[in-house]
Design a protein around this ligand. Structure first.
Ligand code: MCA
Ligand code: AMP
Length: 435
């Protein structure tokens, strides 16, 4: 990675454990030596320096990383491993931060895969989005250009390392720019940091004093989910700064970003990065329609799912984002929400209603299940499940069942027991009636 994507990090601290440039390079090179010749390597991406070294090492060797949520449950992990079939899986204990080696020769940024990142759809199990090395470098270089990121920056965040936000932007970004990175277990001020990345829930949870402490930073960034206006206003009141929004999908990486000197407002996610194509399909009289995307940051398709890749792509090769937006050149892209109600964004994580329904139905007490996202002040949306049971069970048991099968962030926060689900004449659940 240090070769494939950049000139190497100045220094990285994760959870209080720090490696500086030469030691980091040596440890990354040691993983790279081990990963040489492997095409796909799973990394159990917990929030540790070992995860960063493992990811960077595999990329440096020219391999493809399959990030695995360390909290993923039995079913979800089995699905990822069966689908991606990594030749090796690296966890924290498999990486020695004291190991040192010489870096192998650089690997070009080309169309070969850098990542297979699992992301939820409306139905079924998560799909593996294949992200090329070129997509990663295009995205990172585009963002660096519009945000003037450099080796002078110190980025701080508390994002998970198994999704695009924390992994690509929040880890590979600073490695590529040679900036300093500090990953903390909880989001908050870090004395030396001048750039912060977080999801809206994290910005919203900060205390007044913490926000005040972040005032000297040069860039406060929000992304992954809709930024509520009250959160935007409160951050502005307490830091004197407007949050900078950027927008993208796992399938497109980041495609738009507000520029530091743009006139900012919540929901305005900026103009396209260099070489990104953006258009609004089937726009209504107000210019609102589905955001479609093209350009070098787009994914190469879903692993083993040509059907899903075709469904996500227009006949002329653009990605259907599933997001509703309107665009003008001066004020950029404004987002209004998602088209599919069966995709839920909770705390910045995308979760499909279908996968939770399937997990609930696998519980012996559950006869029928319907899942929806409801507005939530903290998480943006909370996962709510309506269930019909054929034997007695409590909501907590069902919640624990989903957390254990899929992942804790996919667990319903509310379980409502009903005698029957509203269905139409064809037997399809009428979710609108549940709202
Ligand atoms: C509670 N827990 C349970 C249960 N109940 N575990 C198992 N079974 C249960 N029944 C535990 C959890 O394991 C966890 O433990 C703790 O309770 C709280 O977990 P959770 O509910 O997940 O935490 P939260 O407070 O709701 O988390 C809020 C959060 C989180 C920190 C904002 O949602 C988050 O990290 N969001 C970031 C999402 C993100 O990075 N998205 C990027 C996607 P413990 O934690 O103590 O072990 S990429 C993307 O979207 C695009 C490209 C983009 O634009 O960026
Ligand atoms: P994911 O599949 O987890 O990569 O999530 C991608 C989705 O996150 C997009 O389709 C949007 O719905 C949402 N998203 C990302 N950034 C923003 C943002 N700044 N504002 C609103 N929604 C966002």
């Amino acid at each position: 990675m240090l070769d494939a994507l950049g000139r190497g990090a100045a220094d990285v601290t994760v959870g209080g454990v720090r490696l500086q440039r030469d030691d980091l390079t040596g440890a990354v090179a040691a993983v790279a030596r081990r990963a040489t010749g492997l095409s796909r390597v799973g990394v159990v991406a917990d929030s540790s320096l070992e995860s960063v070294v493992a990811v960077a090492g595999v990329l440096t060797a020219g391999g493809c990383v399959v990030p695995i949520n360390p909290a993923s449950g039995t079913e979800e992990r089995r699905h990822v491993l069966d689908d991606a079939r990594p030749e090796l899986v690296l966890g924290r204990d498999d990486v020695d931060l004291r190991a040192r080696a010489e870096l192998p020769p650089p690997v070009a940024a080309d169309d070969s895969p850098a990542f297979v990142i699992y992301t939820s759809g409306t139905t079924g199990s998560p799909k593996g989005a294949i992200v090329s090395r070129r997509a990663v470098t295009s995205c990172l270089d585009g963002l660096a250009a519009v945000w003037q990121q450099s080796s002078a920056d110190v980025l701080a965040h508390a994002l998970p390392l198994f999704h695009v936000h924390g992994l690509v932007l929040g880890t590979l970004g600073p490695l590529r720019h040679g900036a300093r990175l500090v990953v903390t277990p909880r989001f908050g001020p870090v004395g030396v940091a001048n750039v912060y990345f977080a999801v809206p829930t994290m910005w919203s949870r900060l205390g007044d004093a913490d926000l005040h402490e972040m005032s000297p930073a040069r860039l406060l960034v929000s992304g992954s989910a809709a930024l509520p206006a009250p959160v935007f206003e409160r951050v502005r009141a307490l830091t004197g700064q407007s949050l900078v929004e950027r927008y993208g999908l796992t399938e497109s990486l980041i495609v738009t970003a507000a520029r530091p000197d743009d006139d900012r407002a919540p929901g305005r996610v900026g103009r396209p990065l260099p070489d990104v194509g953006l258009r609004i399909a089937n726009a209504d009289d107000n210019g609102m329609g589905e955001v479609e995307l093209s350009g070098p940051t787009l994914f190469s398709g879903y692993l083993n799912r040509p059907d899903a890749t075709t469904a996500a792509t227009t006949t002329d090769g653009w990605l259907r984002s599933g997001d509703l937006g309107a665009y003008d050149d001066t004020r950029g892209l404004r987002l209004f929400g998602r088209i599919a109600t069966d995709l839920i964004k909770t705390g910045g994580f995308k979760v499909g209603a279908g996968e939770i329904e399937d997990a609930l139905l696998a519980h012996p007490a559950v006869a029928e299940a319907a899942v929806l996202g409801e507005p939530d002040d903290d998480l943006g949306e909370r996962i709510v499940a309506w269930v019909v049971t054929h034997e007695s069970v409590d909501g907590e048991a069902l919640t624990a069942h989903v957390a254990q099968a899929l992942a804790p962030h996919k667990r319903p926060r509310v379980v409502r027991f009903v005698d029957a689900l509203p269905r139409n004449a064809l037997g399809k659940v009428q979710k609108k009636l549940l709202r």
